[in-house]
Design a protein around this ligand. Structure first.
Ligand code: FUB
Length: 356
């Protein structure tokens, strides 16, 4: 995939003065080393501090599965809290939310809910998404159901505020593994994405290996009618529904097992939420050091963004890993025909202007 970024501000000082004699280059490089911190200070960036808006977004905790929600002039970002230690695979017990008004400075609102707030769930605060409807906030979550309905399940919680706290809105799972008998594995029913169409109908899509979609009733806590399978090519998990203009987008974590071993992001488009969906290919490469990757898309103040995660962050003696990920953000740009421009995952993130 081509890097369509016009420049790379993190070039080493040596590259900036390649044609000067060695002693002169050393002197110029020394001056740059002295001047760069002063320039940073003038721009309000402390020495050694990443520029606001650069990746990963949060560096004091491991975060994964980003899900943005715009409310008024603020963008809220719901994430899973990765707490795996050592060789542990996943250890996710709660969801966190952060918010921003400028995509550079973030406010940490802390945990909004734990998996244990669903009395019928026994583990795993996995990928989730919040949506606003009729002035309330509905949080659709992936968790592990207790032994009455073995396997992963989808719950729905509600709050009067985007920062929670969220409480179980139904008292039982919205979707259980038993409702989608095709899948042969127990984690088929994960990663809900919710989307309200122009006619006011809210849809929920989800899945692992199989991707499903269904209408929600206006009460937001019941499926309305049939569950339909819409699995696009190489679908693995993490679907995200959005619409721009007349085009519907289904963006997801894909795994082309003939070609690579870590997930990438791919997408499909459709003229209607009910399809037909046309596969449009890969949008990103893999997340650094990470088997998983997960898309969350939003338009905010006239600019489109895609949130992702990788495993490039270390905190203390804990290095990035499958269960220690870090959320990132990149600009999302469209071609004139509505297809998406390839997204390159960068350290600069949105600390630099969008590519032209
Ligand atoms: O974070 C746990 C699981 O890993 C999510 O539900 C998947 O999307 C993958 O990111």
């Amino acid at each position: 995939m081509d890097d369509h970024r016009p420049h790379h501000p993190a070039r080493p000082a040596d590259d900036l003065v390649p044609r000067l004699p060695a002693t002169r280059r050393a002197r110029v490089a020394m001056r740059l080393l002295v001047l760069l911190p002063l320039l940073g200070a003038a721009l309000g960036v402390a020495a050694g501090e990443p520029a606001p808006g650069s990746n990963p977004l949060f560096r004091d905790r491991f975060t994964a599965d980003p899900a943005p929600l715009v409310v008024g002039d603020r963008l809220y970002l719901y994430v899973g809290h990765d707490q795996a230690r050592g060789e542990e695979m996943f250890n996710m017990r709660e969801w966190l939310v952060y918010s921003t008004t400028d995509m550079k400075q973030w406010t940490d609102h802390g945990p909004v809910m734990k998996f244990s707030d669903f009395k019928w769930a026994k583990a795993d605060a996995w990928a989730s998404q919040a949506i606003e409807k009729d002035g309330r906030f509905w949080f659709y979550t992936a968790v592990e159901h207790d032994d009455t309905h073995p396997g992963k399940a989808i719950g729905v919680a509600v709050s009067d505020s985007p920062t929670g706290p969220f409480v179980d809105a139904k008292g039982s799972a919205l979707i259980t593994n038993q409702m989608t008998p095709k899948g042969e594995h127990s984690w088929e029913d994960i990663d809900p994405t919710v989307f309200t169409d122009d006619d006011g109908t809210t849809w929920i899509a989800w899945g692992n290996r199989q991707c499903y979609i269904a209408r929600l009733k206006p009460n937001m806590i019941e499926i309305d009618g049939e569950i339909t399978e819409i699995t696009p090519p190489h679908f693995e998990e993490g679907p995200w529904l959005h619409k721009r203009g007349d085009i519907y987008y289904l963006t997801y974590a894909s795994l082309d097992r003939s070609d690579h071993t870590d997930e990438r992001i791919s997408y499909a488009t459709a003229p209607s939420i009910q399809g037909p969906w046309t596969y449009r290919g890969e949008l990103t490469g893999s997340g650094k050091n990470s088997f998983t990757i997960h898309p969350g898309i939003a338009e905010f103040k006239g600019q489109w963004y895609i949130f992702l995660h990788n495993a490039a962050l270390s905190i203390g003696d804990q290095e990035g890993a499958l269960g220690r990920r870090a959320v990132t953000v990149e600009y999302l740009q469209y071609n004139d025909d509505g297809t998406l421009k390839p997204v390159v995952q960068t350290e600069e993130g949105v600390s630099v202007p969008p590519p032209r």
